[in-house]
Ligand binder design. Sequence first.
Ligand code: TXA
Ligand code: MG
Length: 337
Amino acid sequence: MEILQVDAARPDETAIARAAETLRRGGLVAFPTETVYGLGGNALDAAAVEKIFQAKGRPARNPIIVHIGEMNAIPDLAEHWPETAQKLAARFWPGPLTLVVQKNNRIPDVVTAGGPTVALRMPAHPVALALLRHCKLPVAAPSANRSSALSPTRADHVLRSLGDRFDLLLDAGPTPGGLESTVLDMTQTPPRLLRPGLAALADLEAVVGSIEITRQLDGPVEPRRSPGMLNRHYAPNTPLTCVDGDGWPRVCELAGKALRVGWLTFTERDTLPGNVIAVVLPDQADSCATELYAVMHRLDQLGLDCILVDLPPPRPEWLAVRDRLLRACAGADLSGL
Ligand code: TXA
Ligand code: MG
């Protein structure tokens, strides 16, 4: 496995050419996007995509986003490209928005988990765009982490999670957005939100009108009473639990049992028990998104007994951050601590 450092704003042409060549011959390349690092393979090469599933330990039923560098790639990938998709793409691409449309038969089944739709996205990161435009291939790329684990926002997160299960890593430093793209199902009217993400719902609705939210995206915080209600995903190895409001009483309770506690909070405290490590998160949703995974990766390295997270308020701008936190703690059980 090879690591190439590239400038995030003006990526070196030879590094991009080398990564493009790796993709063309069926290899896997980890690369930065404006959201998180992706693990890419040629989307038209079933064997390459199969390697992505293996590297991640990803269940075969979970389809992968196909990344494109030019709008003219769409007719080769989508059987039908709705006008609403065109409007959203025109406004938000390149950017953190993924559009699910009818796939055409050039796309191998392994990419779409055998389903009739394909998820398309044109990422905005200069390195991702340069790579896609250079290799002139659609690139299937999930987040570059083992299945269900925390998404990587830095090259060392990728390496820690995937080891050498791929061929080349383009290291362009931290990803600016820090949280994954918003995923919309465009095969229905109105479009349906499949995953909240960096593209804000209100901005999308301003372009295409109302968007349907059917799945419970922001449920009650009762991970212990209703395990399995949400799939545990985006999770650190350390047991993590979310608290609505101020987690301080719970932190004190756990710290009183001599446990080593990590605490993600929005309020600064002057004094803390010695066995508590607190990180104060930004109280702006976009800055919080940028830092969230990096903070969780860092705490996860410390071998703590548990991590407690104060949830941000249930307001629209916090939808994606709350979604990831609730999934990270789903099924985690601190009752024995
Ligand atoms: O920001 C992102 O979207 C990052 C970067 C690398 O682009 N990618 C990413 O991929 O988060 P992944 O595989 O970790 O998450 C993709 C999500 C999954 O929830 C998957 O189920 C969904 O998109 N998805 C992919 N193809 C789909 C399809 N055809 N229909 C419905 N959902 C799909
Ligand atoms: Mg992922």
